[in-house]
Ligand binder design. Structure first.
Ligand SMILES: Nc1ncnc2c1ncn2[C@@H]1O[C@H](COP(=O)(O)OP(=O)(O)OP(=O)(O)O)[C@@H](O)[C@H]1O
Ligand SMILES: Cc1ncsc1CCO
Ligand SMILES: [Mg+2]
Length: 267
């Protein structure tokens, strides 16, 4: 049975995050780069999108966390990702994988499977992506999921056990697992699927939350990252007229999140 995440845990994790303002190295897709940087800044992290193959390795080694997303993968970017992930792995920088459209396209699916051997701290994807990475039949529709997140709980547990990563499978309900414990978050709003990049940005927020986090606290850190995004999304959607007004309200609500808003949202 999935457990709910207590508000006190989310508040403590967000407080640690804001006090440390983690330097977050992001190698992501062309669609969401600016939005992801703004989400991280609104919450209080320090994003840096360093993508040159000559620089990605040295930066991954000094960053507090690395986030890798294969959404608009090219062969040149795959080379950069390999350099960055290997450097992060060697330096002990926790890194997070967002396997966008894994299962739909063999090239990126093989790259994601290869990267799993480099000990990701966390993997965040939608249901179809997590099922595909776990080797189950999935029905991704391009970058979108055609599966419900609860269909992917077993796949998420198996993938966590195999990779050693915390796995977050997101959707209407988010499930986060270390292979044994499963935590669920029910907040968010369907409007979050009507703007691009909420999931992609979440993966970089997950990276920033695992920065400097002891291994035994990682499940709480990843789940708290999912919770802050979902809560801010829910609060923004309550006042938005549609996707256009949702985005600025979402950034404002990330910035304004505090103990009171978090406690209220989960009450
Ligand atoms: N139907 C829904 N109802 C409520 N919240 C939702 C719903 N779908 C997604 N969300 C919220 O949006 C977040 C992003 O998850 P989603 O699974 O849509 O990512 P994604 O498909 O990888 O997105 P993208 O590829 O556009 O970045 C979830 O963690 C959740 O908070
Ligand atoms: C729309 C889109 N296409 C490739 S990546 C991306 C962002 C959402 O995953
Ligand atoms: Mg995605």
């Amino acid at each position: 049975m999935p457990q709910a995440l207590p508000a006190t845990t989310i508040i403590a994790q967000l407080d640690r995050f804001r006090r440390t303002a983690p330097l977050t190295h992001v190698i992501t897709n062309d669609v969401v780069t600016g939005f992801t940087a703004n989400v991280l800044l609104a919450l209080g992290a320090a994003p840096a999108m360093i993508t040159a193959p000559e620089e990605a390795g040295s930066f991954a080694a000094i960053a507090s966390a690395l986030s890798v997303n294969v959404g608009t993968l090219t062969s040149a970017q795959a080379a950069t990702i390999r350099i960055a992930v290997q450097a992060a792995s060697r330096a002990g920088t926790p890194w997070v994988l967002d396997p966008v459209a894994a299962g739909v396209l063999p090239y990126r699916t093989e790259l994601c499977q290869e990267l799993l051997q480099q000990h990701p701290a966390a993997i965040r994807g939608n249901a179809s992506e997590i099922m595909a990475l776990a080797g189950q039949a999935a029905a991704g529709k391009g970058v979108d999921s055609a599966n419900q997140s609860d269909q992917a709980i077993d796949a998420a547990k198996a993938l966590a056990t195999r990779s050693g990563a915390i796995v977050a499978v997101t959707g209407e309900i988010d499930y986060i697992t270390d292979g044994e414990r499963v935590v669920s978050i029910k907040a968010g709003d369907p409007l979050m699927t009507r703007v691009t990049g909420t999931g992609c940005a979440l993966s970089s927020v997950v990276a920033a939350f695992v920065a400097g986090c002891p291994a035994e606290e990682r499940l709480n850190a990843v789940a708290s990252a999912c919770a802050v995004m979902a809560i801010a999304g829910q609060r923004a959607a309550a006042r938005a007229k549609g996707p256009g007004s949702f985005v600025p309200l979402f950034l404002d609500n990330l910035y304004l999140l505090d103990a009171i808003t978090i406690t209220e949202a989960l009450a």
